[in-house]
Design a protein around this ligand. Structure first.
Ligand SMILES: Nc1ncnc2c1ncn2[C@@H]1O[C@H](COP(=O)(O)OP(=O)(O)OP(=O)(O)O)[C@@H](O)[C@H]1O
Ligand SMILES: [Mg+2]
Length: 303
């Protein structure tokens, strides 16, 4: 039997899905991923837990790296999930983003290459970062610590002839000083929204906070991208949530939607992203499509 989906009876939903997937894969093969002229720094944030922030950060980063961009992931969550997914060492004694924020350690000494790709790098998080939320409070310029370190690092990499194209910052599910540092370091915010009933709850609080940061700490910050995640095409609810989000944020919401997929959730346990773990799976194809759209759109405000 041939594995070509078009050879199946096209009247069944599974056959249609498979045919659609192979068509999307063919389209991706010729798709361009234009590189930005200066590094785009995106913070992936949503104070709701478990909506797909980390999954989105590492898979978009891997998708962009696979298509020629040099990408840095900053793991700003003490859980260290992004570091795990990128196969990067982050045991307690390892130097980490904590040392950069609290001890002024230069990023160049802490950033590690991910085994996933020679274009993909990670500033890892260890459990020490949990204390940083408190330790930052009395520090001078406590909201700007990440920004300062990142600006110095990006300038040094540019000078060395190895410039970065994208920096993706994975935030913890809270709006504390770590997340504020991420908002101050970034120009763009990417909000993953889980396609479920409570999806929009808390979003106005997040947008208010981003507005506050924009007014007081980082006038160039803007929500550039919204990505619908964990979409279950069998439920009417997921469809309605997606429609709702698109109605509210027509310009920001990506056309690509990330399906709920077991392969996506399995990949981190192998220290991999779904892009390398199962490149032709629906989850991987969807993240590659989302990354292509992000690359196409460029930065807001003509960056
Ligand atoms: N598209 C998907 N399909 C199936 N499972 C997914 C998908 N996206 C994420 N998951 C799983 O859902 C869980 C939460 O995802 P993830 O860790 O990315 O969310 P998060 O927003 O970073 O969570 P936290 O707020 O704890 O940092 C994980 O177990 C992840 O593997
Ligand atoms: Mg996370």
């Amino acid at each position: 039997m041939t594995s070509d989906a078009t050879a199946f009876d096209a009247s069944t939903p599974l056959a249609r899905e498979l045919a659609d997937l192979s068509q999307r894969r063919r389209q991706l093969a010729t798709r361009e991923y234009p590189l930005p002229s200066s590094p785009r720094v995106l913070t992936v944030a949503n104070q709701k837990g478990g909506v797909g922030k980390t999954t989105t950060t590492v898979n978009l980063a891997a998708a962009l790296a696979r298509n020629g961009a040099r990408v840095l992931v900053i793991d700003l969550d003490p859980q260290g999930n992004a570091s795990t997914a990128l196969g990067v060492e982050h045991r307690g004694e390892q130097q980490s983003v904590y040392d950069v924020l609290i001890r002024d350690e230069p990023m160049v000494d802490v950033v590690q290459q991910s085994p996933e790709s020679e274009n993909l790098f990670c500033l890892p998080a260890t459990i020490h970062l949990a204390g940083a939320e408190i330790e930052l409070v009395p520090m001078v310029a406590r909201e700007q610590r990440l920004r300062g370190a990142l600006d110095r690092y990006l300038a040094a990499m540019d000078e060395a002839g190895t410039p970065f194209h994208y920096v993706l910052i994975d935030c913890p599910p809270s709006l504390g000083l770590l997340t504020i540092n991420a908002f101050v370091a970034a120009r763009e915010v990417l909000i993953p929204i889980q396609c479920e009933y409570y999806a929009l709850e808390g979003l106005s609080q997040l947008l208010n906070n981003i507005g506050l940061i924009e007014r007081h700490l980082n006038p160039t910050l803007a929500v550039s991208t919204i990505l619908l995640t964990m979409y279950d095409g069998r439920t009417r609810l997921a469809f309605q949530v997606a429609e709702d989000v698109r109605a509210h944020f027509p310009a920001e919401t990506l056309r690509a939607v990330i399906p709920r997929s077991v392969r996506i959730s399995e990949a981190p346990s192998y220290g991999q992203t779904v892009i390398s773990f199962d490149p032709s799976s629906p989850g991987s194809v969807s993240y590659l499509e989302a990354a292509a759209e992000i690359a196409d759109r460029g930065a807001p405000r003509g960056n």
